[in-house]
Design a protein around this ligand. Structure first.
Ligand SMILES: Nc1ncnc2c1ncn2[C@@H]1O[C@H](COP(=O)(O)OP(=O)(O)O)[C@@H](O)[C@H]1O
Ligand SMILES: [Mg+2]
Length: 233
């Protein structure tokens, strides 16, 4: 059956907060959706997530940042305040920080899901981050796939765009057990060229979106966080 123009309504999109990325994905992440940002250690996943939340905060949207690393709030604030784009007062209101470490130690995936959902219901965010989701896999082992399935299904009931970060080993692109469950995959790569490490971003998948393909150079700086550099010819 052919859809008419009225039936084919455009997706609502929100700006990613990453300069240069919106132009690659028809002006932003679908809202609502679940997006995976994947890369090895130090490729900029947390920086990406912070920019995503800071962009929302600057627009008056509510953000909710779940860490799985058992890091105290002060620790997180100390690092994130190094970035000029991140205003410390965001963490008083616009960005709620929540540590999931205790629930991970119990190894009870139903309790973890409930904790995540309860906090979302309280905060009612438009932007959610879970950083990094792959730690849950290391703690839960067998129950991990079921957890991911349940998590992404529950996230779809909320009016939010959720960014989950996945840490992979060198040589791996993304955690395969997560990829099928998400609406979009953004890869962050690191490559050694002429003795220096260069970083790249690649949009591998973005449902409903005519996205740009291929690797694009990125830069991480104190001022702007993570930016996609314009291609130079
Ligand atoms: N202020 C900064 N200026 C330049 N580069 C930075 C700055 N802060 C972080 N970086 C770079 O970003 C990397 C860490 O990024 P991060 O987002 O924590 O990565 P990941 O979460 O993928 O491990 C650092 O190793 C460093 O290379
Ligand atoms: Mg990180």
């Amino acid at each position: 059956m052919e859809l008419t123009n009225t039936e084919r309504s455009p997706l609502v999109r929100i700006p990613t907060g990453i300069p240069g990325l919106d132009d690659m994905i028809e002006s932003g992440f679908p809202f609502p959706s679940v997006i995976l940002v994947s890369g090895t250690a130090g490729t900029g996943k947390t920086t990406f997530a912070l920019k995503f939340l800071a962009e929302g905060a600057a627009r008056g949207e509510q953000g909710l940042y779940f860490t799985t690393l058992s890091e105290p709030t002060q620790w997180m604030l100390r690092f994130s305040s190094q970035f000029e784009f991140m205003r410390p007062e965001f963490f008083e209101n616009e960005i709620v920080y929540e540590d999931l470490g205790n629930h991970l130690r119990d190894g009870d995936s139903a309790a973890l899901l409930d904790a995540i959902e309860k906090r979302i219901a309280e905060v009612m965010p438009q932007r959610i981050v879970i950083d990094p989701i792959t730690v849950v896999g290391e703690m839960f082992k067998d129950g991990y796939r079921q957890f991911l399935f349940d998590l992404t299904n529950r996230l779809k009931n909320w009016n939010a765009t959720t960014l989950v970060t996945g840490e992979v080993r060198p040589g791996e692109l993304y955690p395969p057990e997560i990829s099928y469950a998400v609406d979009g995959i953004v890869l962050l790569h690191m490559a050694e060229e002429l003795g220096s490490r260069r970083k790249y971003l690649e949009v591998l998948k973005m449902r409903g979106t005519n996205h740009v393909t291929g690797k694009h150079s990125i830069d991480i700086s104190r001022k702007e966080g993570l930016i996609v550099l314009k291609a130079r010819f």
